[in-house]
Every structure is written in structure tokens, then in C-alpha cells.
Design a protein around this ligand. Structure first.
Ligand code: GLV
Ligand code: MN
Ligand code: MN
Length: 417
């Protein structure tokens, strides 16, 4: 007599995963097909409510920590063991895409759904997490929820960060918790056995090479600065050149010189001035103040530190009568993932005969903070033309499902070990 196992094998459902992306993109839908979902905004809260409903329907328990990180947990057989975590973020850039962050959360939910439908009870609990404020657009710094999780001592400083309307993170989290009917609280920094984050590549390499899985080896480092140039407001029609302290012209010279300063023939360094605020902002007034941002990234910490230590020196001679100050507002060192998770991802791709390649992540991710507390890794899938942080961001349902299948294998492997 044949004894049948009492569970089927867990299967990722490509259509269900595609529908999840359509559903989530409705929260904060933007005019050109993308998403505008600032961290802890009404749209972000509605997105999390949707996830809670989906997770609760498959028997997950829901918990939340003091930074608003949300955990959807499918209980394992041995509750004394540290859980396996997967997930990403639901906040987006102001003109963001449908997949950045959303994919990691929805692939995690898809894996939990597949496991539950197959009747499998893993040894360790598996949890899909939504980290708070990854993008760092509404509140600085980015990757705030995962940072607080990895460094709980940072909690009060991070909860005190404010948005442009002077609302603190603490107030925004409290508002969200009330709206979500106060899920039970979880401490920051509870023990985690492994963290695996699935994400679209946000670059063109997988598509160009025909690979379907990026086995992520690490994440490049990033520094953020705010530069303030103070000039003098004056009448645009009457003030001769010699009497002007035009903060905008000085700032423009500085941006050009800084870009030249970090220029490398290999095209590895990344330098972006994405915010540029001119005050008082009237066509008839010589600008008296400019504040601009610098986002500076490189895989080598020494390069980042040496180049940026001279930013002020580069700017000062170009101030032309204005004053300039440079403030560092964030530093995330480059990180190399320990071998365990990348090897598990590679094995899973090989078992399924999926073409894969190793990749270093150019974008920042919550995984970089988790890597300081537990073995961590990431799974990249291709995105169309490498476009991201853009409403046109796109990825095929089939590639998303392939990544979710690899995630399923890796999580089952680790959760049963
Ligand atoms: C995250 O989106 C980053 O800016 O790298
Ligand atoms: Mn992301
Ligand atoms: Mn992003």
C-alpha cells in the first residue's frame, strides 16, 4: 500500500503574485502608472491593512515593533527557534514604481501562501516583514526601520526625525498603529536566524546578460550630505554684478566641481544632486540661500571617505562672496553578505536550472542593516531596461514568479534546518 504524504509541494502561483502587485499599486497610485506612497502616509497604512488582511486569511499572526515594522508570521513547529525573515518595504519614492520594495513583500506573502496551501508546517517560523521608511524620502535616514531593528539604541533618535511638516516618526507610527487596530507589540532586535530579501535589480545587468536570478554578494556604501550656500537677497533689476552674492550661481559652480572631483574612468562612483532648493524663490530676487543634497555611493569605503572628506575644500573657493557649509546626514558602509544565504540562493537557482549570476547591489536595501545581526542575502530579478525610481518601472510576471520560487526553496531549506 502506498502511503501518501499529508501535504502537497508548495507552489508559487504566477497569476496570484501578479494580482497582488496590481492590488498593492492601487494604494497611492500616481498619474503615470506608478506609485507615490510616502512612508507611514495614508496610502502606506492602507497598503499595510491590505497585507494584514491577506496574511490573516492564511493563518498568519500580525505583530508590530516600535518603529512600525510589521511582521506577518506563519508559525513553525518549534517556537523556541529564531524565525526566518523575508520581506522589504511598501514606501516608495514620490514618483516610484510598482515593484521597488513591493516585490520583496509580495513575494514573501506569496511564499507564505504557497506553504500554507500545501499544508506544510516548517520547523522554524517564517515571517514576512514590512520595514518602515526604506526610501528615506519622507524621513531621513532611509532604511530607518531595519536600522532601528539592528541597532535598537538608535530608537529615540530615529523616532524624533521629522518630515517637512514637522511630524515626527514617532507620531506617524502611533497614528498608523491606531489605524491598524493596534497589532500586538514586538521588541526591536529580537533574534532572527536568517534574513532573505527579494528585489527587482533596479539596474540593467540581468536583462542584458539573459540571467533570471542575481545572487547578491553585497551592497555598495552610501553617504548623504546637505550643502547650504548663503548669499544675499538683492533686487534682480538693479544690483550690478560686483554687488551680488548669488547663492544659486555659487551652488551651480560647486555641483559641477564636485561631480568632476569624484569622476572615475571606470564609472563606478555614483554622484547625484537630487534636491536643490532656491530661496526665496522669486524671479525678481537674487537668490539668498540654496540648499542641495548629495547622494554619493561607491563599493569602497576608503574611496567614499577620502573623496567626501574634501567636499568643503572643493566648494569654498567657488563661493564668490557667499558662505558654504557641508553636513553629512547619513552613512551606510559597504557590506559583503556572509556566504550562507548567497550559497543557498545559488543552489536553489541551479536545482531549478535557472540562469543566475553574482551581483553587487548599487541600490541600498534593508538587508544591509540585517546583515550586521544575522546571515543575510538578497535575490534579484530582472526589471525592464533597468529602470527604477521611475513610474515606468516594470518587470514580467514570469520573472517575478521565478524569483519567488527561488525564495520559496531558500526559505523552506533554512526554515527546516
Ligand atoms: C534605495 O532606494 C536607494 O536609494 O538606494
Ligand atoms: Mn527598494
Ligand atoms: Mn527605492
Amino acid at each position: 500500500m502506498t502511503v501518501l504524504p499529508n501535504f502537497m509541494s508548495a507552489t508559487v502561483d504566477e497569476q496570484r503574485l501578479a494580482r497582488s502587485h496590481d492590488d498593492l499599486a492601487a494604494f497611492g497610485r500616481a498619474s503615470r502608472g506608478g506609485v507615490n506612497r510616502p512612508a507611514l502616509s495614508d496610502a502606506d497604512i492602507a497598503a499595510r491593512q491590505y497585507l494584514i488582511e491577506r496574511a490573516t486569511a492564511i493563518g498568519c499572526s500580525i505583530t508590530i515593533d516600535p518603529l512600525g515594522n510589521l511582521f506577518m508570521s506563519l508559525a513553525g513547529r518549534d517556537r523556541s527557534l529564531a524565525p526566518v525573515l523575508t520581506g522589504s518595504h511598501t514606501d516608495t519614492q514620490p514618483s516610484g514604481g510598482r515593484f521597488d520594495g513591493a516585490y520583496g513583500v509580495l513575494a514573501g506573502l506569496e511564499v507564505l501562501t504557497a506553504i500554507q496551501h500545501a499544508g506544510i508546517r516548517t520547523r522554524r517560523t517564517i515571517e514576512t516583514v514590512v520595514w518602515t521608511n526604506e526610501e528615506g524620502y519622507r524621513f531621513a535616514p532611509g532604511c530607518m526601520g531595519s536600522l532601528a531593528f539592528a541597532y535598537p539604541a538608535e530608537r529615540e533618535r530615529l523616532l524624533a526625525a521629522t518630515d517637512s511638516m514637522d511630524m515626527t516618526v514617532g507620531e506617524a507610527v502611533a497614528r498608523m498603529r491606531r489605524a491598524l487596530s493596534d497589532p500586538p507589540e514586538r521588541p526591536l532586535g529580537f533574534p532572527v536566524s536568517v534574513f532573505v530579501e527579494a528585489h527587482i535589480e533596479q539596474g540593467p545587468i540581468l536583462e542584458q546578460t539573459g540571467n533570471k536570478i542575481g545572487v547578491v554578494t553585497g551592497i555598495q556604501g552610501k553617504k548623504r550630505f546637505e550643502v547650504t550656500v548663503i548669499g544675499e537677497e538683492a533686487h534682480a533689476g538693479t544690483t550690478p554684478r560686483a554687488r551680488r552674492c548669488d547663492a544659486l550661481l555659487a551652488a551651480a559652480r560647486m555641483v559641477t566641481a564636485l561631480e568632476r572631483w569624484i569622476w572615475d574612468a571606470e564609472d563606478v562612483a555614483r554622484f547625484t544632486v537630487g534636491q536643490f532648493e532656491v530661496q526665496p524663490g522669486s524671479h525678481a530676487v537674487v537668490p539668498g540661500k540654496v540648499i542641495f543634497s548629495i547622494d554619493f555611493r561607491h563599493p569602497d569605503r576608503i574611496f567614499l571617505e577620502e573623496k567626501s572628506s574634501r567636499f568643503l575644500e572643493i566648494c569654498e573657493p567657488l563661493a564668490g562672496g557667499c558662505t558654504v557649509s557641508v553636513h553629512e546626514i547619513g552613512f551606510t558602509p559597504p557590506i559583503a553578505f556572509a556566504e550562507q544565504v548567497p550559497q543557498a540562493v545559488q543552489r536553489a537557482a541551479e536545482r531549478r536550472c535557472i540562469p543566475w549570476m553574482p551581483l553587487l547591489s548599487g541600490a541600498g536595501h534593508d538587508a544591509q542593516h540585517l546583515a550586521t545581526v544575522c546571515p543575510t542575502g538578497m535575490i534579484f530579478v530582472p526589471c525592464e531596461k533597468g529602470v527604477s525610481h521611475n513610474e515606468a518601472e516594470n518587470a514580467t510576471s514570469s520573472d517575478l514568479a521565478t524569483g519567488a520560487r527561488v525564495l520559496l526553496d531558500v526559505l523552506l531549506d533554512i526554515a527546516n534546518s
